[in-house]
Design a protein around this ligand. Sequence first.
Ligand code: ATP
Ligand code: MG
Length: 193
Amino acid sequence: MAEPLLEVDGLVAGYGAFGVLFGVSLSVAAGEVVAVLGSNGAGKTTLNRVLSGLIRPSAGRVRFGGVDITGSAPAAIVAAGLIHVPEGRRIFANLSVRENLLLGAFVRTTKKGGRAERGRTLAEVLEIFPRLGERLGQSVGSMSGGEQQMVAIGRGLMGRPRLLILDEPSLGCRRCWWSRTCCSRWALPAGRM
Ligand SMILES: Nc1ncnc2c1ncn2[C@@H]1O[C@H](COP(=O)(O)OP(=O)(O)OP(=O)(O)O)[C@@H](O)[C@H]1O
Ligand SMILES: [Mg+2]
């Protein structure tokens, strides 16, 4: 059987002396959609922070694409293709939609052909979220909550993730048609996005 894209084994992590994760293990295959469910404070966001390198685990291992990324820097993890759309969006309110989206491709533009690829990716993202195409020059802080969530997910997609982690993608939104649209694209065979 092929090795999973993401393999998490026995993760232990928390904040100082406060433990949150006590031996979390899971795996995600390429093209698979996995939901992590739990009550408020259960540790879902903490798990996402460990996977994206924002918190170092005190024990356990994370393998991505067959490589051990435990304790790697967040920028290196993004460059490897594991991209985390954080809870609460964390977009830049005073920048435009276009500027926020382009920032998502930042680590890829330093590569040869990166700028041309960025243009193609932007076109794909705007196909998924046509509303953003109508508002490219609008400052993100003046957009509705749902529109801001589209920007946050779109920014994540701009990095051409091999694996996209969405933390509370439908938070504050009555209907989450965009995340469903996004997931159906994203779940297509590897290499489509
Ligand atoms: N920076 C921090 N410092 C100290 N404790 C924290 C910090 N961030 C989160 N916690 C605590 O860690 C625990 C897990 O929080 P986490 O945000 O991972 O939960 P969650 O499952 O994402 O919850 P929710 O569904 O409410 O988003 C909570 O008890 C929270 O108070
Ligand atoms: Mg959370």
